[in-house]
Design a protein around this ligand. Structure first.
Ligand code: BGP
Length: 487
């Protein structure tokens, strides 16, 4: 089979405001949930749940300090002041697109203001104009783990219905201001991750609820509000920006059964069916029956007001985007098995797959399977908007960074994308995560590096913040030049 990517395939990279911009309290920006996410050097890098957890005490301590030493997302890689230089590097690689997010708190610092913050609007306007000057098409995520902390403290986050209207207002302001600069939009980053880190995604502080069931019910309520807000964003985006293409974004968590034991198959099915729940709502426009049955069995009273069902049904997305990092294994004997940790759920180690230093199982074939699964189910164009390997990169004596393992990782995943396309899957593009070293979402580490470009900064913010091309920089440039013929 020859490797073939479609003409116009949107090669590029992805970053997120809260993990790269820094300038967390400049030019009118308000405090977001990311600004209280702390770097925990004492926590095992594979212990995802503890790393990312932010409780009431964490919030209180963080709100009392302006210091950023243990709050790396407050400084990012200072993209806020380096974006022209960085975009020039992306342009040098020949990027067709760059995925970025708009920090809600740069536009509405608390989230409930009557008028937007002009300095924030102007920053993103210049960012998008700079991208276009380099022939790079912006792909813009409206919500990428960046909600205003004020809405968490004053409204219990997305549990409150009022937050839907505040988000829609934010979305409309963005669509209106950037309608001539941006046509590709995503609503919520990894909308399925609400149960993995509820504080960062929906502003639910689990400790505020009397028990785990009440906390789970609150998360489902918050998720429903995000589904409605996402559908309304699609509605208004189409109205304000004719020709716009607006997608959903989920984590693709492909799960295999450990054996052909029917009980293992059922456990894998259960996880995969749950992963499809989020795209079912945003692509098919309704809740799958098994979720409704689950609410009934658990006595969850999820408030859905008059009109919600129609909004979901009428305003489904134009394409499906997703992140893909690993596959998982489920087994009835999970308790006795070696575990792998990571960004998603702790699963059983797959003996056929290598793992990264953070316990993420590297599975390129799983990407082909995921693409085929999604396309068969929805017949909608697909866009891989996150895929990459986080690693401790080493700067050699001569100043070079020989990240051959990263080239190998991408090569193997690109081959699998081409195989899926060869089977008829419609794939719009690919944006690697992250095209430049930025702060890790789950561990707040700088040392978990993903980029084709190295940034000289450590986990506590020491360094020159100079940018350095890694070996993979020129490799990816050639891949793009040849539209994937060269790998
Ligand atoms: C996804 C997030 C991204 C990115 C990625 C890598 O969940 O959408 O923001 O961070 O994970 O994860 P990490 O940065 O924790 O290594």
């Amino acid at each position: 089979m020859t490797i073939q990517f479609p003409k116009g395939f949107l090669w590029g990279g992805a970053i997120a405001a809260n993990q790269c911009e820094g300038a967390w309290n400049l030019d009118g920006k308000g405090m977001s949930v990311a600004d209280v996410a702390s770097y925990k050097p004492h926590v095992d890098v594979k212990d995802y749940k503890s790393q990312w957890h932010t409780g009431p005490e964490d919030i209180k301590i963080a709100m009392e300090t302006q210091d950023d030493t243990y709050y790396p997302k407050r400084r990012g890689i200072d993209f806020y002041h380096h974006y022209k230089e960085d975009i020039a590097l992306f342009g040098e690689m020949g990027f067709k697109t760059l995925r970025v997010s708009i920090a809600w708190t740069r536009i509405f610092p608390n989230g409930d203001e009557a008028e937007p913050n002009e300095a924030g609007l102007a920053y993103y306007e210049d960012l998008f104009k700079t991208l276009r000057a380099h022939n790079i098409e912006p792909l813009v995520t409206l919500s990428h783990y960046e909600m205003p902390l004020y809405l968490v403290n004053e409204f219990d986050g997305w549990v409150s219905r009022e937050v839907v209207d505040m988000f829609v207002k934010f979305a409309k302001v963005c669509f209106d201001r950037y309608k001539d600069l941006v046509k590709y939009w995503l609503t919520f980053n990894e909308i399925d991750s609400v149960f993995r880190h509820p504080f960062t995604t929906v502003g639910v502080v689990e400790e505020k609820y009397e028990n785990k069931d009440k906390a789970e019910e609150a998360i489902y309520q918050a998720l429903h509000h995000q589904f409605v807000a996402s559908a309304l964003a699609v509605k208004y985006g189409h109205e304000i920006i004719p020709g716009s293409q607006i997608g959903c974004m989920v984590t693709k968590t492909l799960t295999y059964p450990e054996t052909c034991n029917p009980e293992d198959i059922y456990l894998a099915q259960k996880d995969n069916r749950m992963n499809f729940f989020y795209t079912d709502v945003q692509v098919l426009g309704e809740y799958p029956l098994f979720i409704k049955q689950y609410f009934k069995k658990r006595n969850f009273d999820i408030k859905m007001i008059e009109g919600d069902a129609e909004i979901l049904k009428l305003h489904t997305v134009d394409f499906i985007s997703f992140s893909y990092y690993m596959s998982m294994v489920q087994s009835i004997h999970a308790a006795q098995r070696e575990k792998v940790g990571g960004n998603l759920v702790t699963g059983v180690k797959n003996p056929y797959l290598p793992t990264s230093e953070w316990g993420w199982q590297v599975d390129p074939v799983g990407l082909r399977i995921s693409l085929i699964d999604l396309y068969d189910r929805y017949h909608k164009p697909l866009w891989i908007v996150e895929n990459g390997i986080g690693a401790y990169d080493k700067v050699e004596e001569d100043g070079s960074i020989q990240d051959d393992y990263r080239i190998e990782y991408f090569r193997n995943h690109f081959i699998e994308i081409a195989k899926a396309i060869d089977e008829g899957v419609e794939c719009m593009g690919y944006t690697s995560w992250a095209c430049i070293d930025i702060v890790s979402a789950s561990t707040s580490q700088m040392s978990k590096r993903y980029g084709f470009i190295y940034v000289d900064a450590d986990d506590l913010g020491n360094g020159t913040y100079e940018r350095k091309k890694k070996k993979s920089f020129d490799w990816y440039k050639k891949v793009i030049e040849t539209n994937g013929d060269y790998l």
